[in-house]
Ligand binder design. Sequence first.
Ligand code: HAM
Length: 419
Amino acid sequence: MIKAIRGTRDILPPSSAVWNHVESVTRETFRVFNYHEIRTPIFEETTLFARGVGAETDIVSKEMYTWDDRDGTSITLRPENTASVIRAYIEHRLDQITGLKKLFYIGPMFRRERPQKGRYRQFFQIGAEAIGSDSPAIDAEVIELALEILERCGVTGSRLLINSVGDPESRQRYTDALREALEPVKDQLSPDNQRRAVTNPLRVLDSKDPGDEAIITTLPSIHEFLNEECRTHFARVRELLDARGVDYEVRPRLVRGLDYYTKTTFEILHGALGAQNAVCGGGRYDGLAESLGSRVPAPGIGFSIGEDRLVMTIEESLNAAALAPLDLFIAPLGADAGVHAALLASELRRAGVVVEVSTDAKLKRALETANKLNARYSLILGDNEIAAGVYALKNMATGEQKNVARGGIVSAMRGESDA
Ligand code: HAM
């Protein structure tokens, strides 16, 4: 028996209708914010993620699906998409096209994490990247966009956490301070964090090791080290969020699990998700393009929503079957009626009606199927109906039956008076 690989899943109907619903709501939201879709490859050169996301991060050091291609190139299934989007931005010289590049993507990402509720090895992200401006106005708009997608999808009760991780200069001073503060206590940390305390102390703040929590809370806050520019930027982002009436909590230890962030970082949490409670994460990455070899600066900010988690938070409150309803079930009686039913079905489908034609020879069985499929209407087609050109359309919820002419089926189903 061959089964799906651990940490991967099949998304089946009716749940797939919820996914489609989320994606169409999302696409419409991106449209009104003037974002355009980018599709990048699912695998890239490993160096892209090592340099972009950071070699010291959990994602790169432990969680990537990496292999050597036949020509010896090291290839990795993308664990995230921001590095790929910036790679494409640089490769296609998108900086030479006027205006801010506002790009979105929806697709699978791969991380070899320990699978649990809300955490998979193949998962889907809905992401946005606004590239080409370092204005705090973009930060506020990007955060608004993430919240707007969640709201339009029907997510309620989420919490927005924000922070500033500063620019390289502020962060260097903070990193030195962290290293100094960690030096006397680092032997008490978990082995991973002992290493990070020296190589990349900021990563200690992002540690998921509960045993290190007590030490982490005693460490200095980044806000003491932000320079004037970073402080002003963060204040402006907050001001613009306040003006929008957006609620948020400032979390000085929110450094996020990727190394490319500068200035604004944010996360959106949802209580119903349990331990894996982040439904969205994002932030600004003003130096990412340069670290990938671009000579042209490309400051940007973006986010990714975990689509699996988004679906989890709304699935129970949605009637998945109602998102993909069957309008009409046609039950033909006999071979001639079968031909007639097929033609009638083609005609109605062209008019946008969702039609299913029965393959059950027995009427009783056909009607049972119509019930099980939750068809809104059913129509029995026998020789008499064909000869008269009048059909008995049955409303399955009320049991009410109505005789309608062929041309009146659509309007009768829409609840309009017979045309
Ligand atoms: P991230 O925080 O690593 O950020 O991932 C964003 C979201 O993806 C998480 O909040 C979570 O909802 C979802 N996610 C991550 N890992 C898993 C998993 N194993 N299973 C299910 N869902 C998962 C990024 O990936 C950045 N690229 C976001 C970004 C875009 N920053 C700037 N632009």
